[in-house]
Design a protein around this ligand. Structure first.
Ligand code: MCA
Ligand code: AMP
Length: 526
């Protein structure tokens, strides 16, 4: 991947001449020959066969084809987790369109930005949001808006019901765009990471082998399906192996524990493991049939790893990835590949080149800490309509600068020690302080603000806002929190706002966030 690919548009490839790298074609090839077998079983008691997944996604893909959307058109979805939402994703893939999943927590200001930036040709949203979202989408130039609810109702399914149950996937080249995943930016403006069919398929295949997916594996799917972990790592992992998913609409520790007797693989962010550890029922016996526990999206505390080992006798496999790169490194699954080293994120996955460089661009030897850079077939095409930003984030020799800081040991294991980007990871969701500060600074009476991440037993890290009022104005922290709710996705809202006279600054005038972090991390500050 080079910086030149930044300018590549989703519609540049002539599909008639493209060899078929459509991800759906590869997933379909892995479906079991017994198409009546269960592909997905929901916590609501529904069962979907492999035939159901194929036929339902064919019907929706035929509807998408009928709409005659231009090549490279974006299909945006802000819908609750359901198997039909998965079907919509598969349909977008097979129709050769670009899927754009959006977190259901996003509020109107955030949605307005995404719709205006990505300019989707089609939006699918919940019936409860249809009124205001359809208006907003049409104003942004979107041609079609359908509804989809998590009880199998909505206009998307009503319309699709009239279309045939078979559909030939549109051939795609490896570099053709499959999805755009928005990831917040350090400047406060979200960037759309453009992922190709080739990025997603290569990563899915590498993980299938590296994590030793086997016939008979069953995955508990308890993550949201609008980010990389739940949508790509988990779903592709199961589908490309023809494995059944036990599908939870929302993570609930007791449901997950109950399902463990029937499953072999579980994936979660650290918060899910912390919440499972709070269950008395988490025992060796309860987890006996699980062969692989995977954690990622946020650092897992060594203490959580150790408690998990003590309670279950199993070592969680920690891996590391990004929206821009899908999965980058992983601790070994098979003993032949090495030991799982707690506190590390493992070794670069096959095909991924990873190096650590200092600020002068010197590659550092084992053990020395610097910026982590990566290159490989999994690395994205660039940021949507941000060629300059894309160029800045790639080195001249095509490595992507992750913004994570760490080191590699003599055996190739990577340890992440921090981030050069000002980012809070809360319960596996990314929160960029600059974005929250922008909202706070626009509230009446606010002179300036600084948002920092402090440790939290449940979410790993949570945001605290430190706010300076304008001269002569009185501000009340809880009112500021309340004012942010409804304007921002709930996970971005700082858990606390503290009003102070001034922010600490260094000689250059830069806010000393490290001092704020130290001050508000103290137990007495809780
Ligand atoms: C909910 N809240 C949060 C979060 N989630 N606050 C901070 N951080 C969060 N992650 C808010 C709620 O709105 C509520 O606020 C209050 O905190 C308590 O909510 P609770 O009921 O406890 O939350 P929940 O609904 O149970 O959700 C917690 C969760 C969820 C299950 C941990 O956040 C989650 O599913 N996280 C997974 C995220 C994920 O999939 N990340 C992968 C990104 P109030 O009371 O004010 O309403 S992909 C990625 O990172 C890369 C590429 C990778 O490597 O995978
Ligand atoms: P996202 O913006 O959702 O793509 O988040 C990607 C970021 O999550 C990475 O750049 C890392 O900072 C972080 N991350 C993902 N997995 C891990 C992990 N296992 N340990 C520490 N940080 C992680």
């Amino acid at each position: 991947m080079t910086t030149t690919s930044a300018s590549k548009s989703a519609s540049t490839v002539d599909s008639s001449s493209a060899a078929d790298h459509n991800l759906y074609t590869a997933l379909l090839a892995a479906f079991p020959t017994d198409r009546e077998a269960v592909a997905v079983e929901t916590d609501g008691g529904l069962r979907y066969s492999w035939r159901d997944l194929d036929e339902a996604s064919a019907m929706v893909a035929n509807l998408l084809a009928f709409l005659d959307l231009p090549p490279g058109a974006r299909v945006a979805a802000q819908v609750d987790k359901s198997v039909e939402a998965l079907v919509l994703y598969l349909a977008a893939l097979r129709a050769g369109l670009v899927y754009l999943p959006l977190n259901t927590a996003y509020q109107s200001g955030e949605m307005e930005y995404f719709l205006g930036d990505a300019k989707p040709a089609l939006l699918v949203c919940t019936g409860r949001n249809f009124g205001w979202l359809s208006k907003m989408a049409f104003l942004a130039g979107t041609q079609h808006v359908f509804s989809l609810n998590d009880d199998r109702t909505g206009t998307l399914l009503e319309r699709a019901a009239r279309f045939p149950r078979s559909h030939t996937p549109v051939p795609r080249a490896a570099d053709d765009l499959a999805a755009i995943i928005y990831t917040s930016g350090t400047t406060g403006r979200s960037k759309g990471a453009m992922l190709s069919h080739g990025n997603l398929l290569s990563n899915a295949r590498v993980l299938q082998t590296y994590w030793d997916w086997q016939e008979g594996d069953v995955l508990i799917h308890a993550l949201p399906i609008f980010h990389v972990h739940g949508l790509f790592v988990a779903i592709h992992g199961a589908l490309i192996n023809g494995s059944t998913m036990l599908w939870c609409a929302k993570f609930d520790p007791q449901t997950a524990l109950r399902l463990m007797a029937r499953a072999t693989v579980f994936m979660g962010v650290p918060t899910l493991y912390v919440r499972l550890l709070a269950e008395a029922g988490l025992t060796r016996e309860a987890t006996r049939s699980i062969r692989l526990f995977v954690s990622g999206s946020a650092p897992m505390l060594v203490d959580t790893h150790r408690q998990w080992q003590a309670r279950t006798g199993q070592t969680i496999l920690e891996r590391y990835g990004m929206s821009e790169t899908v999965m980058l490194t992983s601790n070994p699954c098979k003993t032949a590949d090495g030991d799982r080293l707690v506190g590390t994120v493992g070794q670069p996955l096959p095909g991924v080149e990873l190096r650590v460089r200092d600020e002068a661009g010197q590659t550092l030897p084992a053990g020395q800490t610097g910026g982590i850079e990566v290159r490989g077939p999994n690395v994205f095409l660039g940021y949507w309509q941000m060629p300059e930003k894309t160029a800045q984030e790639f080195t001249d020799d095509g490595f992507f600068k992750t913004g994570d800081v760490g080191f590699v040991d003599a055996n190739g294991y990577v340890t992440i020690v921090g981030r050069s980007k000002d980012l809070i990871i809360s319960g596996g969701y990314n929160v960029y302080p600059a974005e929250i500060e922008g909202y706070l600074n626009n509230l009446p009476g606010v002179e300036e603000s600084a948002v920092v991440g402090v440790p939290d037993a449940d979410f790993g890290e949570v945001g605290v806002a430190v706010v300076v009022p304008k001269a002569g104005q009185a501000l009340h922290g809880p009112d500021l929190v309340a004012a942010l709710k409804g304007r921002l996705a709930n996970f971005k809202v700082p858990k606390r706002c503290v009003v102070v006279d001034a922010l600490p600054r260094n000689a250059m005038g830069k806010v000393q966030k490290n001092l704020l972090r130290a001050e508000y991390s103290a137990p007495a500050a809780a």
